[in-house]
Design a protein around this ligand. Sequence first.
Ligand code: BGC
Length: 416
Amino acid sequence: MRLFGRTMTAAAVLVMTTSISFAEDVEVLHWWTSGGEAAALNVLKDNLGSAGTGWVDMPVAGGGGEAAMTALRARVTAGDAPTAVQMLGFDILDWAGEGALADLTATATAEGWDKVVPAALQKFSTADGSWVAAPVNVHSTNWVWINKAALDATGLAAPTTWDELVAVLDKMKEAGITPLAHGGQPWQEATVFDGIVLGMGGGLYQKAFVDLDPAALGGPEMAMAFDHLIKLRTYVDDNFSGRDWNLASAMVINGEAGMQMMGDWAKGEFLKAGKVPGTDFVCIRFPGTQGSVTFNSDQFAMFNQTDPAAQEAQVAMAKAIMDPVFQSAFNVVKGSVPARTDVSNEAFDDCGKKGMADLAEANTAGTLFGSMAHGHAAPASVKNATYDVITAAFNGEYADGAAAAAALAEAVAAAQ
Ligand code: BGC
């Protein structure tokens, strides 16, 4: 055989065939590229490795996963879909609707996933009664991460209301640090806005972001939410534009900034930096949202493959993801909480224990909402239209909150 201009022996061909045969490997497209995310990813890689499945990495940097989803579309269009893909909420349902996803129902049924995965997650793991994704975690977005020393220096308690929050931010400003660490990217502004709108009440969140009710989207409560967002803009530093979320986390970790409003993947950065909850940093629910949770769940969807060995590797990966021991180990590092209800909170730190308790409480109380910012409230077209208005509002493009709310109602109507 001649290959690359060289004559190969039969033995060499055999070796080459073996080494390029990725039959037992999974190629995984994901956006876990920050320090904390990579540490969590390694737990998954190791778990798969010990089950005999190899890993071919396809990282696409960009928090929130927009860039990853663009890369995915290009791969699928080229007829070269990756084996497994990290995906959120409505994106999973969209791909399932296109018939692109492998059916995991046989594995799910054999392993009893339906008994341990909360219904709110199953809504996105299943399509037309079939399992199309395996959930690895539950994150929530209505959190604030505060540098403990900076909070202590204000002489104030951790804020539980909007007014208390503003008082703490003002004191931090007086003390000469950047009160709010923020990265100026649409998904990050949307993540902050998740917390603000939830703080106006779960009723508004549901009506506006899930039901897409024009009156709620354009009404006085939404106007006030935008006024709050515009106010928060006054607490960020001059270099916020385009900053990655993990660099904003680093500002809080280093004491350069007072707090960050971000999902609990931020905790992964604090832990990676050796910081301890309660000692070095404080985790609180976004002021006014204790008792309610806006969640997003990272799930792995498997793209249709014809090679039986590749299909086998997909099943192995799905099983590895759903293993309860793995779900504890992974989520302790990632900052999220398990996607199964039967995993003990024992290994989790105080913020993780709080995350698990808050999730269970919200689930029972009917105050658990899919995150608008992370694709669990509405399909991508609506999400993107919402992002545009939120970012424009943050950057002062509307006269006031009422004008921003009116623009939001219009944009969401046009996007449907
Ligand atoms: C994902 C997290 C990820 C974060 C930042 C979110 O959409 O759910 O897993 O850490 O984006 O990249």
